[in-house]
Design a protein around this ligand. Structure first.
Ligand code: AOF
Ligand code: ZN
Length: 344
């Protein structure tokens, strides 16, 4: 192939991978399995089939794409994750691609799951050309929560709070409704629906009696309801609204957050949204267990004692928690700041 023809071929593969990444997002962001997309290309680089994974127990993206063609002899499969090599809830995708006669597999990220990995080797051993690492950074960004949960054996933790510009989460009398406007509050509901569970401390349950449901614009329940997890020694009152939550309720007395997260991971929880209040948020941050920090900042000044976080174990500047700003968005009159720990 001439140099120009090769770079055209590369461009077609990158474009196909972008499409596969976009298809991946049609799948659920919650649950135990990653979001994966796949497109099948013919020899001219034309997309002949598309597929994506719809969650644990359903066809993987490659099998979904293959189900839309009569035969795949000579085709290229472009998939966002290395095809799996194991029989879990479904069969191995590497073998399905081999059996269908696929000539080439292009993927973005190696599968870090020790049970499922090794698909690239199996494909190569069967004579299939394999290219890995195409748009790997984009795929890693999409799968960041899942990759974190596989690597660390605990849920990916998002810590969220809303505060005034001067970092206050309530007025001196404890009132906090509403610091942010409707656009920011709507975003919080969307965020809830992208997590498996929502964590709050018993202090928040007793003070606010929250419902912790994920609701749409009109107050209707969104299709996915994350399960509420209450941290603390005090039992949730029998008449608390949380007891009516459609997804049930988990009460955790753990003082050790690491053990609590391992327990939640055991129950299949891969993404945890830590919503309140200052004590619980600070505990996760102090323990280095926050993978993403979402701060909703309202253009208010409140002053006084009700700060958004309490003790982070910082007594001097050399101990401060340094984050990097990943993204900033304007939501109505408010700002959403998305920050991440420096080392991840
Ligand atoms: C793929 N394509 O679309 C997905 C993959 O329990 P199972 O059988 O659904 O297997 C889940 C594991 O398979 C999951 O942890 C991950 O390693 C891989 N997911 N692999 O080839 C897909 N969703
Ligand atoms: Zn698979």
């Amino acid at each position: 192939m001439t140099r120009t023809a090769a770079s055209h071929a590369d461009e077609a593969l990158v474009a196909a991978m972008r499409r596969a990444l976009s298809l991946a997002t049609h799948g659920p962001a919650v649950g135990e399995n990653p979001q994966v997309g796949c497109v099948l290309l013919d020899a001219t680089g034309t997309v002949v089939a598309e597929g994506w994974h719809r969650g644990a127990g359903t066809d993987h993206a490659e099998v979904d794409a293959l189900s839309h063609v009569a035969g795949a002899a000579g085709l290229t499969a472009v998939v966002t994750l290395e095809p799996c090599n194991h029989t879990g809830r479904t069969g191995p995708c590497a073998q399905a691609l081999i059996d269908a006669g696929v000539a080439r597999v292009v993927y973005a990220l190696d599968d870090p799951n020790p049970i499922a990995g090794g698909g690239a080797d199996r494909l190569r051993a069967a004579g299939v050309e394999v290219i890995g690492g195409v748009l790997a950074d984009e795929a890693a960004e999409l799968l960041r929560p899942w990759l974190t949960s596989v690597r660390l054996g605990r849920p990916f933790v998002t810590v969220k709070w809303a505060s005034s510009l001067d970092g206050r989460a309530a007025a001196a009398d404890g009132t906090s409704q509403w610091i942010t406007g409707t656009a920011a509050r709507q975003r919080v509901h969307e965020q809830r629906a992208m997590h498996d569970a929502i964590a709050v401390g018993t202090g928040t349950v007793l003070a606010d009696d929250p419902t912790l449901t994920a609701r749409g614009d009109g107050g209707e329940l969104l299709p996915h309801q994350p399960i509420p997890v209450v941290f603390g020694e005090t039992a949730v009152p029998v008449d608390a609204r949380l007891r009516q939550h459609p997804a049930g309720l988990i009460e955790l007395g753990h003082r050790d957050l690491g053990a609590a997260l391992a327990d939640l991971h055991e129950r299949g929880i891969r993404r945890l949204y830590v919503e309140g209040g200052p004590t619980l948020a600070s505990a996760f941050l102090r323990a280095g267990l926050a993978d993403e920090v979402l701060v909703y900042l309202a253009p208010l000044l409140i002053g006084g004692p009700r700060v958004a976080l309490d003790d982070l174990g910082v007594t001097t500047m050399s101990e401060v928690h340094r984050l990097s700003i990943h993204r900033i968005e304007t939501l109505g009159d408010d700002l959403l700041v998305v920050a991440r720990p420096r080392d991840t």
